[in-house]
Design a protein around this ligand. Sequence first.
Ligand SMILES: [Zn+2]
Length: 319
Amino acid sequence: MAAKRLIDIIDCDYLHPGFAGAFLLVEGPAATARAAFVETNTAHSLPKLLAALARRGLRPEQVELVIITHVHLDHAGGAAALMRACPNATLLGHPRATPHMIDPSKLVASARKVYGEEAFVKLYGEIGAIAEARVRAMQDGEELGWGGGTLKFTHVRGHANHHLVVEDSLARAVFTGDAFGLRYPALQSRGLFIFPSTSPTDFDPREAQASVRKIARSGASRAYLTHFGALEGLAEAEEQLLAHLDFSEKLLEEAVRSPFSGSELEADCERKLREYYRDFSESHGLGFGDAEWELLGLDLELNAQGIAFAAQKRRVKPA
Ligand SMILES: [Zn+2]
């Protein structure tokens, strides 16, 4: 029988249920199975990740790979804790991401500054260092034979300059991190609603569109989104993401010319983003109510911040 891949979606219950996940890949019968995680969420999620293993009858020793799409802490904040629990695992990431896993001091310092000590600990817990010998940087296009198939790593810019996506040949699936939008299950009741993450500090609309196209045309029939879950119909998602990124680019250009800066510019971008998505949801009959707008609120705020940040960067150094 041909090798078959099991993929479990783990809801890490980060901020809300159905908001951020991690994935467990398994191949082979439990006793001899090989396992890999894609994404780790935060250190607080470790019990959930280990429980997912146990549900498949697997031991942490059987985990061979821990893959992070990028270092943002809802993706990689729990990497050190998971690596400590899984003694045979190797951590794989983008060459610009892996140094921050070996020495997380800069990452931790900047998150502490953004969130403040109390919120930082509550959200992320402890972020430890991972021994260099257990970390491997994956080049663009690099392939790794694993578990009866091939994992292919592709560098994608636009959301973060140190972001990669992983294609699993056996599952015909691609793990997209934040490079193929956010699609919360709670917002799908009246049709597809998928939108890009344009959060600080690397947002680039053209690069983001190139990444979306690359992923949609990768040949994968299913995308696994960290936020959140499995997505089929990549072409429809691509079309919607490209449209939202067109608007994001227009907004960025306006913001470059805007008389506002700092928090005033962010507020202005957020107001325009809200207006845009309100129009979109109405014209597409998505019927969002207060609960849906509240769920979207955090991302709209972060997306506005990312666009304002990119605009101010361009004022200093035109792209
Ligand atoms: Zn991210």
